[in-house]
Design a protein around this ligand. Sequence first.
Ligand SMILES: [Zn+2]
Length: 657
Amino acid sequence: MPDFARRDWALFTGRRIKQRLQPVKPFSVCWLLSSFAVAPHLKFSLWRGLFIIVAMAREYSFEWSLNLQSSPEMLWPFVADTNRFNHDAGLPAVRAAQNASNARAGTKRLRFSLLGLLVEWDEYPFEWVYPYRFSIHRLYLRGPFREIRVQAEMTPLAEGGTHLRYQVRFAPAWPLIGDAAILWQVGVVSRFRFLQVFREYDRLAQRGASQFDIPGAARFAPGGRQRLESARQAIVAEGEPRVFERLAWLLEHADDLALQRLRPYQLADLWNLPRRAVLEAFLRAARAGVLDLRWELLCPSCRGAAETHATLGQVHSHLHCTSCGIDFSVNFDRQVEAVFRPNPAVRVLPEMYQFCVSGPQSQPHAVLKAQLQPGDETILSPVLQAGSYRFYASGLPGELPVSVCEEGQDAVTLTLRPEGWPETELRLTPRPLLRLQNASEQTQFVRLERTAWRDDAATAADVTALQVFRDLFSREALRTGEEIAIGSVTLLFTDLRNSTRLYRQIGDAPAFGRVRQHFEVLQQAVAAEGGAVVKTMGDAVMAVFRQPVAALRAVRSAHTALSRLQGNPALAVKFGLHTGPCIVVTLNERLDYFGSTVNIAARLPGLAEGGELVFSGEIKNDPEVQTWLQQNGVQPVWFQANVKGYDQPFDLWRMWV
Ligand SMILES: [Zn+2]
């Protein structure tokens, strides 16, 4: 059992001690001139050569530390968000270098320009251990440095709070005479700014604030405020008025970086408002020209946006992530996320506004990332939460499933061998001590990550199942011929009983009026529960929901509303519900669903009586449905029936609504 002292030791010694700077660059004219300026008395070329080598091998190291009041866990979302940190510390925006494909193996070639000076470097992937430490290593091609290593460490203090230690080690590229300027810039200017930013983050963490509370030099576009105000009615509609107030505050006060990518569910959680209300208000705001809707296609490995598109019509079903070098198929309920940013008519944001491309917070699902050279050994102690994780290494086949629970192992040695991971699942405590050894012949990038997808993404599956989206963005559809999978969706089919008799009894025009009235009732009930009507076929309706229980509630309220309708004969509707995977395609210029789930769902109303709902075992077994049935005292009746096209009879349930 590791004791506490050993844990603290592991925090500090977990990294490789051996750190070698890059070999000296080739001789340059600049260096020769510098050596003449600094040491004119050195006449002999041998001595001059030695001087140059010594001068070029010089390396500086700074270490800044301060105590903060918040815990490492509270500080991590701010401090490890290196994109935000570099922005707040006043560093310039970065972009991929033009010759990015020439970058060293395993690095990204990036650049920025500072006061007209072009700085270009190859960046190794960040390494980190949540919530204690992260580091970065850059090798420069242009600019004042040859090499930089940065490491931030946050150690919990016994009396609460955090001791933050920030180390910068660098080798200058400029001749000796430039050192004073570099040392002034790093040792004085950067130190002042960095420590100021850390203290500000501590204050934000203390009051439970988020990056949206960081005040910026925000300004509306000319006429932006008026546009926002005049869209108020359209954005609020019948929805939650507080969303508009919050959104207006954000557009007026939040800084440019926070507004680059607005995620409606994340904001809803932050604002303590219902997620659907915020998503619907954002969709209305996008229709009203206050926000722009964009679709991000997320890589299943790094979970970063591999592509971003303005419309669904630009989405391909197969993609490539350049960061990870992998191909993947797009799935509507995982990989396609709806994000928003202000419309330039309301607030102008700078384009290409990125300050760090791959810090720890760009992959918040990864709690540990470490590089191990062949023969390396490291001890790491991340903080984990109960649940499923997996170990993954860039150079090993497969992955190692990890489950985190109180009964798990406290200390584990994992040896990376070329044949791959052990076959059994690893069980760990929430604060394990991990010894990693690289027994393979190649460098390994090891990652420990949560397997669950974050549930705060408004996915395309969610958005396209909303009536508000279908009403406002009826033109949003996939490219013809494109098919995108959707892991799980609930489909409702309805059918009007005896409609032929209705037309014969009361005549075509009155009958059609009543049929249309019944469509309206159904549509309202579906929309009220967060679903959407996909289409009507004769007297039948096909609707889609993200959750089975929402469909169940919609069926009940539709039935209640229908039974209140005046007229003779009374209308009786048959309902069928099923849930499962589908594919999404565009048919007749609208998003439609296809596959076995649809075929089965479409047959179910045919097995029901008027005022009755028939549903499948998949619906019945849903935990939320079971709770709903219990709470409403409903006991569905089991029966078996054949569904056209299937040999085996289906287990089905029927209930009066
Ligand atoms: Zn990726």
